[in-house]
Design a protein around this ligand. Structure first.
Ligand code: AGP
Length: 613
């Protein structure tokens, strides 16, 4: 979840790196640093605990310049957030620096050995140990890339690393294994390295993506790839079509707000080119599931974390109803250690915006070992998840920068729907006519989301009444239950208010004890198959003087007469209604958080992608 940016060329590396790090800041919050090779041939490092603005202040006071440099933003794994633990880390002599994303499992044993040889460590990090290990090998190997390979062959764990040394003034060396991506950006007479594409998108669209166990030597003239076993690697660059402005706030106050407003476009992009509304065809060539594999599928298991797991709960219902297959959802962190019963007849669908979530990746690896075909639903092209999977359905949401997922959730749900329709058709459960109707329902969704976003001002006003509450309950039934979970998660992570999502039927089994006049209950009550029973929930809350905030379909006078606050949303097909009801809950969490002065885009203690267990 840390961010890495490096530059080699003719320009001042510092401003390019700082600009790139600011785009990656969402990946690691607690400290940042930059190192450059100065004109005198010495490495200069500036780093500090805190956000990027702290580092920028230091750079203003003690400027550095050079055309070879590397930088990092950190989310602590080993060692608390501090100046000493901030990256880049140097060796004993200060002749080389390392930035690193991931965890080195055997760093303590290597540290002990190096300490016995006289190495002195200044931080608590595993990364500093790697810097010293590379220094140790640089003496015997001479060439930086050789020393990096020797060191990387010795460490266990996951890493994306960038290394530079005064002794190798024309190059950056990058390596990767396990979680964390490394992309090499190709420019004219200049090259970039980054942990994430948006960091360098303003400079180039042509990138080479490193695979596990590979090392890149990056000079201003080009890139050479090889494996840790020294075999040369040839790889064609990939052209990234994302618009750099898409990765900026685009005039909105927060990335999250911008991303909520992008949802009509994002969900349309998810189904664009994949559905034929006239014929009822679903075209998903990239999912790479051949007819015999599809025929053999007996059940589907979703693995995911957080918001992605709630989208998967909707995916579960879609698979059951559209493809007629038994389906379940497991959290990545549970599945991977559960010795779950899966095999070639189980389709595992791994859902992850980043494609880098360690728990989801761990679950996928466990399922693969048992021979299960893996379908990835992810947003990030070339992510670790897409590389692990048998096939991938990209969400095409565009980069999501706000830590709280919004458009990622919606596009995951649409992707699940497409998979459900595709499987239903392949397995003969749905006719072309069934699919055609379902596609018509889907095509309506962007417009309906747009209409729902018009509630923004009304919900901002509602947030005024609710922002001082200490606890919230979100209730939903059936397809609205995952939305209750998602609404509660959004409120918790953004505003730090305690909130729980519950299935309506479960309220009487415990949470009802919490209800009093200060307790807001958000009741999801569209006119679906759970409507009547949700009305009973609303009555139960009223009877205990709780405040009901009801999300209803436009024109529902009955619920309106029972709730203190009513949010009217347009009707959609029942299976797709969650894509509409989630919108006011995203807006509500956002506005409450803004009123409480919370950092909406980077809530405390959270990271955008959690690449450690
Ligand atoms: C969502 O708002 C959260 N930030 C979090 O639950 C997130 O969905 C989870 O960490 C999974 O991330 P992924 O989709 O990148 O795998």
């Amino acid at each position: 979840m840390c961010g890495i940016v490096g530059y080699v060329g003719e320009k001042n590396a510092v401003s390019i790196i700082v600009e790139g790090l600011k785009r990656l800041e969402y990946r690691g919050y607690d400290s940042a640093g930059v190192a450059v090779l100065g004109a005198d041939g010495a490495l200069e490092v500036r780093r500090a605990a805190g956000r990027m603005k702290v580092l920028e202040g230091i750079l203003r006071e003690r400027p550095v310049a050079g055309s070879l440099g590397i930088g990092h933003t950190r989310w602590a794994t080993h060692g608390r957030p501090s100046d000493e633990n901030a990256h880049p880390h140097t060796d004993c002599a200060g002749g080389l620096v390392v930035v690193h994303n991931g965890i080195l499992e055997n760093y303590l044993e290597i540290k002990e050995r190096l300490a016995a040889e006289g190495h002195v460590f200044k931080s608590e990090t595993d990364t500093e140990v790697l810097a010293h290990l590379i220094e140790h090998y640089l003496e015997s190997e001479g060439r930086l890339e050789r020393a990096v390979k020797r060191a990387l062959n010795e460490v266990r764990g996951s890493y994306a690393v960038g290394v530079m040394a005064a002794a190798a003034p024309d190059r950056l060396v990058a390596g990767k294994h396990g979680a964390g991506s490394v992309v090499i950006g190709l420019g004219k007479g200049e090259m970039f390295i980054a942990s994430d594409i948006p960091a360098i998108l303003g400079h180039t669209r042509d990138v080479v993506i490193l695979e596990d166990g590979e090392v890149a030597v990056v000079t201003a003239a080009g890139v050479e790839l090889s494996t840790l076993a020294d075999e040369p690697v040839q790889r064609e660059p990939v052209r990234i079509l994302w618009d750099p402005i898409m990765a900026e706030k685009g005039g909105y106050r927060h990335f999250m707000l911008k991303e909520m407003y992008e949802q009509p476009r994002a969900v349309a992009d998810t189904f664009r080119g994949r559905v034929a509304p006239e014929t009822g065809n679903i075209l998903l060539p990239d999912i790479d599931l051949d007819p015999s594999t599809v025929k053999a599928i007996q059940r589907v298991v979703f693995v995911a974390c957080g918001t992605a797991s709630y989208a998967s709960l909707l995916g579960r219902s879609m698979i059951e109803r559209l493809a007629g297959l038994p389906a379940e959802v497991d959290l990545g962190s549970e599945f991977r250690y559960r010795d779950a019963i899966v095999g070639p007849e189980t389709l595992v669908i791994a859902v992850s915006q980043s494609g880098e979530t360690a728990d989801t990746l761990g679950a996928v690896k466990a399922a693969r070992l048992k021979g299960a075909p893996i379908l990835a639903i992810t947003n990030v092209v070339g992510s670790a998840l897409s590389r692990e999977a048998t096939g991938t359905l990209y969400m095409h949401a565009g980069p999501e920068i706000g830590v709280a997922s919004t458009k990622a959730f919606s596009t995951m749900v649409v992707a699940c729907y497409l998979v459900g329709l595709w499987l239903g058709r392949q397995r003969g459960v749905l006719t072309a006519e069934d699919v055609r109707k379902r596609i018509q329902d889907l095509v309506e969704i962007p417009r309906l989301i747009e209409q729902t976003l018009e509630l923004d001002t009304k919900i901002a006003a509602l947030a005024r009444h609710l922002s001082s509450a200490h606890d919230f309950l979100y209730l939903g039934r059936g397809l609205q239950y995952p939305i209750a979970l998602e609404g509660a998660l959004k409120l918790k992570e953004l505003s730090y208010i305690h909130a729980e999502g519950y299935a309506g039927g479960e309220m009487k089994h415990g949470p009802i004890a919490l209800i009093d006049e200060n307790f807001p209950v958000v009741a999801l009550a569209p006119r679906d198959s759970g409507y009547e029973r949700m009305l009973s929930n609303i009555e139960e809350v009223r009877a205990r003087e709780g405040q009901v905030i009801a999300v209803v379909q436009t024109g529902d006078k009955l619920v309106a007469s029972k709730a203190q606050h009513v949010i009217e949303v347009p009707a959609a097909a029942e299976m797709l209604m969650p894509l509409i009801t989630v919108i006011p809950l995203q807006l509500l969490a956002y506005h409450i958080a803004v009123r409480r002065g919370c950092d909406v885009d980077q809530p405390r203690n959270l990271a955008k992608s959690v690449t450690v267990e």
